[in-house]
Design a protein around this ligand. Sequence first.
Ligand code: NAD
Ligand code: TYD
Length: 379
Amino acid sequence: MEFKRNIIITGGAGFIGSHVVRLFVNKYPEYRIINLDKLTYAGNLANLKDVEDKENYAFVKADICDYETVKELMEKYNIDGIIHLAAESHVDRSIKDPFTFARTNVIGTLTLLQAAKEYWESLPEGYEGKRFYHISTDEVYGALELTNPEGIESPFTTKASSEHHHAYGTEFFTEETKYNPHSPYSASKASSDHFVRAFHDTYGMPTIVTNCSNNYGPYQFPEKLIPLFINNIRHRKPLPVYGKGENVRDWLYVEDHARAIDLIFHKGKIADTYNIGGFNEWKNIDIIKVVIKTVDRLLGRKEGEDMDLITYVTDRKGHDMRYAIDSRKLQRELGWEPSLQFEEGIEKTVRWYLDNQAWMDNVTSGDYQMYYDEMYKNR
Ligand code: NAD
Ligand code: TYD
């Protein structure tokens, strides 16, 4: 079968990648989607059970650092688009093992860029109709100050903004904000963003970079705050809150990120950057309380009875205080609007994890459990 487009999505077996693959496979039967993933601890084909038999979907187990394999794949499938999500993504792991982050996030991205360059430059039409779309994070911008610890009414909103609707400072990350990464994770992502832009500026590759805020939703690996805490509350295990729990993150439902990626892949301006976020800031401790109440209610426990699981532990090294994305450019230029308000999104998310205990049990067994015990043995 001839496909209209042939697209590689890297990291498609991970959290956000699986939502992007699902969206593209279902929405565009005329596209062939090749999911290229190494299946690290964070990659799980169970995340894609519902699309694995579709004719326009193929899975290839490969490392993005493997130049020959990536190049062969591009030739074999006549690839005209790459949506690049594969990465090491957890800040705490990057603090313990920065080299793995440099390898996958920096060398892996460079390997993909170079393979795409060699392949696309060998074609008669060159870069015409091609696209290299790199998914990045707001963490590359560094940290904002918590100038309003009690919260002020946020000057901006989207449909994703919570009813509580606070901003904890007056500054936001815009596309012009200077890069200032602090963690090995964000430093590796910043470096990969620079390589992507350099391939546009040097070779004319049609690239796009987007920087998104914290995602939440189904299929997130339970080392990240929300799924980890949902699982711990269910099993009445302590909830390790770093520092005072006052750090602020800006949360977006994962399917709204996937919809933004779809829109930007098709309509975004080449060589441009878009920030993606829902103007939905939360202090960790407040979000934790909402999660506890929601889990308790859905499990038929007394709402709030698990508050005593909250356990303040040693702070993360170099813990960024506040992230807050200004996504007005994306709204203005491409008309993106998130679909789900935070209160609805959290309810849906907690329900999903409680209904999918088998998924959770599977990913919290074996290797991961060993890692988890090592990571938290002193807490
Ligand atoms: P994740 O850790 O859940 O998934 C990463 C995926 O990449 C996994 O399937 C893993 O197997 C794969 N992978 C890792 N190393 C690989 C390699 N060397 N070769 C091939 N595949 C490899 O990550 P996520 O949370 O879904 O994040 C996806 C992307 O979005 C990342 O680039 C991340 O920086 C970015 N991002 C994440 C968030 C967030 O809140 N999770 C926010 C903004 C941006
Ligand atoms: P995380 O989900 O790791 O995302 P990121 O560090 O990329 O923002 O963490 C979200 C916030 O929650 C962050 O401020 C660190 C904090 N946190 C805890 O307090 N305890 C935990 O066990 C985890 C995993 C995170």
